[in-house]
Design a protein around this ligand. Structure first.
Ligand SMILES: [Zn+2]
Length: 218
């Protein structure tokens, strides 16, 4: 099993990072799915697609959940993630911790999320995600779960692989427990982005070719 430091390095392979001290302004910088601009981007999608790395992530996440959650909640009914990006990871973690179900809420196309599975009253749900920035997706996901089953028991924190912020603003009452909290990550609102001000262009990494544009400059 990889140490957290090794896992961090592996996850960040193929990532983008810019340091102000370098003095150089990159032509492009990432616009995250939260809408925020950043000097750093982990390619969690690529890491999750790597079977070996996904297994390592799952083992580390399961270990953390068992240590932190299981003493209080030995039986977890559901692990639920927002959207499809962590579906494979969430299934692997659910199996490792002995949860009964794993599921995902999905986008409805009108800015909300829907929960299509049948959670029973009193069942215990652990919110889960791969990466959290503002917490918007997680917040929508929790609303979708509560909409289908208001009598669900949400188990404490939202567990995730990477969290860029100490307190994501869209999750004011939900503490976040990340496996990895990366150093040196700066997040900017577009109106006050240092990189944009310096003439760098913000691009969405998931759109065709943009990931390669970001990486080509590192
Ligand atoms: Zn910017």
């Amino acid at each position: 099993m990889l140490t957290l430091e090794q896992l961090n390095q592996e996850l960040f392979k193929g990532g983008f990072a810019w340091q102000a001290e370098s003095g150089e302004i990159p032509k492009y910088h990432p616009k995250l799915s939260s809408g925020l601009h950043s000097n750093t981007m982990y390619n969690i999608g690529a890491a999750t697609a790597d079977v070996r790395l996904r297994r390592e992530m799952a083992k580390a996440m399961a270990k953390m959940i068992v240590e932190k959650v299981s003493p209080r909640y030995p039986d977890i009914d559901w692990l639920v993630c927002p959207g499809y990006s962590s579906v494979q990871l969430v299934a692997e973690v659910a199996r490792l911790i002995g949860a009964k179900h794993s599921g995902f809420t999905d986008k409805t196309g009108n800015g909300s999320m829907a929960c299509r599975f049948n959670i029973k009253p009193g069942e215990k749900v652990l919110p889960f995600d791969d990466a959290i920035t503002t917490g918007r997706a997680t917040s929508l996901s929790l609303s979708a779960i509560m909409h289908v089953q208001p009598d669900v028991v949400l188990i404490g924190d939202c567990y995730c692989v990477v969290s860029y912020k100490e307190e994501p603003e869209r999750l004011p009452n939900v503490p976040v427990s990340p496996l990895i909290r990366p150093d040196g990550v700066e997040l900017y609102h577009k109106e006050s982005c240092l990189l944009c001000e310096a003439g760098s262009l913000a691009i969405a990494p998931k759109i065709n070719g943009n990931w390669n544009r970001l990486l080509a400059q590192t």
